[in-house]
Design a protein around this ligand. Structure first.
Ligand code: FE2
Length: 278
């Protein structure tokens, strides 16, 4: 799947862009499923708002249950002061997660196959385990920023192994909130840990190394269909979407099953078996 130059670039930079990895028909099928899930979604309790700016919080049941389910989370700016949606529900979604790849046949197909298995092997995942999937919606006008973080803070194994597969379902650029990465930053320390104790989760600082400035960061502007793969330790960020275009992406997080899953990760699989990428 990867030539030696691509492999070398991935190890050196911590990320790699593979243009045209998923064709227009596959992207369209996934987008239609995402829209249908969002339109049909009825929250069992109060609507969950997702923001990465909370430093600590008690996780709501919907968030923890989404580890083995499909749940829609809303944008902060989607509600008025009385808590009513200010726009149609499908234009108010922040993300859908976290077991789409195991529970929905369209997402399952998109997430797996010989190409994915070969790519994972080339990236060094000896026994891939697909832990979580998310549609990250970034609706026009109100799509929120996702602050600097490292995905390994949320999906830690010993040794660290998580790889993010980030599929652009639409063109992503600076104006609609593309990814920004710190090239080579995966060799730096893990700065945070998202720790679960019982049903409480906390984002803890484990290393005070500052996040890169935007001057040290690179915008990863990609066309729809591109796959961006990156090391779980790579610092990355994405800005708000203040444009009139949405910036929908789909992410899949995969670890190496020969490593040890950290017992205090928020995400637990108790009912739904983990699967690979075949
Ligand atoms: Fe991330």
């Amino acid at each position: 799947m990867l030539n030696p130059k691509q492999s070398a670039r991935y190890h050196d930079q911590g990320f790699l862009v593979l243009p045209g990895f998923r064709d227009a028909a596959a992207r369209q099928a996934l987008r239609e499923r995402a829209v249908a899930i969002a339109a049909d979604f009825v929250a069992a309790g109060p609507a969950s708002v997702f923001t990465t700016r909370d430093q600590a919080r008690t996780a709501d049941t919907a968030f923890l249950d989404s580890a083995e389910g499909i749940h829609c989370f809303f944008e902060e700016e989607a509600f008025d002061e009385r808590g009513a949606l200010v726009r149609p529900q499908v234009d108010a979604i922040n993300k859908i997660g976290h077991a789409l790849h195991d529970l929905d046949p369209v997402f399952d197909r998109f997430s797996r196959g010989a190409d994915m298995a070969a790519l994972a092997a080339d990236l060094g995942l000896r026994a891939p385990q697909a832990w979580q999937s998310m549609v990250i919606w970034k609706p026009p006008g109100i799509g929120g920023e996702v602050g600097w973080h490292q995905d390994a803070a949320f999906l830690l194994t010993e040794p660290a192994s998580v790889v993010a597969f980030w599929f652009a379902l639409e063109d992503a650029d600076r104006n609609n909130g593309c990814l920004w990465v710190e090239p080579g930053g995966h060799r730096g320390p893990l700065r945070q840990r998202f720790v679960r104790r019982g049903n409480a989760v906390t984002l803890e600082t484990v290393d005070a190394t500052p996040w890169p400035s935007l001057g040290q960061a690179l915008p990863v502007e990609v066309e729809a269909g591109s796959l961006v793969v990156f090391d779980g330790r790579l610092p990355h960020y994405s800005g708000p979407n203040r444009s009139a275009r949405s910036r929908m992406a789909y992410t899949l997080h995969v670890t190496d099953g020969t490593t040890a899953w950290s017992a205090d990760n928020w995400l637990r699989r108790e009912r739904l078996p983990l699967r690979g990428l075949d």
